[in-house]
Design a protein around this ligand. Structure first.
Ligand code: ZN
Length: 251
């Protein structure tokens, strides 16, 4: 089975469409949350996400926008964007956000995998460093966890003694590229496909991944998208300017 992993789209329609245009063949789409927040096309991105189906995990921005989480936990820019998004969304899309499941989520045909937004221990935890990854890696019932939330593409692994991290190396800064990562049977992993709509690893290109469950290979992907258009829409919506400029920096 081939699983298309998308996360942290953040209402960036241009980035989502660019990913889907180059995504290799797959059997199921897993959306790791933060579908909305920050970008200027929340209704369109929700419509596209619903169309793609099939498996979803809610993110903190999804919760904040539909009122399941207090905006006081957000920085001022994120809170402003969440309020703007709430005002834009159709009642049906708001209701749909409210119905998204909390991670970890599993797929019956894919034993040993689990899907979360932040961490298997807490849906809102940030797993940024190997140190952050120790506990979830060791205590998780599933040997392989796919997660998002940090907007950093890569993987953490452990054999319960040594901990390591992997970040895909790419050759260019502006072209569509892939980087294969082979999982080993005796190790435990936390894998982040990166953020579709607001990467923060210094690479502006939209990020996603595909997991081949037969061969245990994660293919990390980066794809350029129409950045200018996404930025122009953010500015035209009177969202904070920083939300447009940061897209170019990938920060
Ligand atoms: Zn996010």
């Amino acid at each position: 089975m081939r699983v298309l992993l998308i996360s942290d789209i953040h209402s960036n329609l241009e980035a989502l469409e660019a990913c889907l245009a180059v995504a290799p063949a797959h059997d199921v789409v897993v959306n790791l949350g933060d579908i909305v927040g920050y970008g200027a096309n929340p209704n369109e991105v929700i419509a596209r996400s619903r169309e793609l189906g099939q498996v979803f995990v809610r993110g903190n921005h999804d919760k904040a926008v539909c009122g399941l989480m207090d905006l006081k936990d957000f920085n001022p820019v994120a809170a402003l964007a969440a309020e703007w998004t709430r005002n834009q969304l159709t009642p049906d899309n708001l209701e749909w956000l409210r119905s998204l499941p909390q991670g970890p989520v599993q797929i019956s045909e894919l034993a040993g995998l689990q899907f979360v937004h932040g961490s298997p221990l807490d849906e809102d935890d940030y797993v940024v460093t190997v140190r952050d990854a120790v506990e979830p890696l060791v205590v998780s019932s599933a040997p392989v966890t796919f997660f998002g939330h940090t907007h950093l593409q890569g993987s953490f692994e452990t054999n319960k003694v040594l901990l390591e991290s992997f970040h895909p190396a790419y050759k260019t800064v502006g072209q569509s590229e892939v980087s294969d990562f082979q999982l080993k049977d005796d190790l435990r992993y936390m894998v982040n496909p990166g953020s579709v709509g607001q990467p923060r690893d210094g690479d502006w290109r939209a990020a996603f991944a595909v997991f081949d469950s037969e061969n245990h290979i994660v293919t990390f992907c980066r794809v350029p998208y129409n950045l200018k258009s996404a930025q122009d829409r953010i500015l035209a919506a009177n969202l904070p300017q920083r939300l447009a400029t940061r897209l170019a920096a990938g920060r």
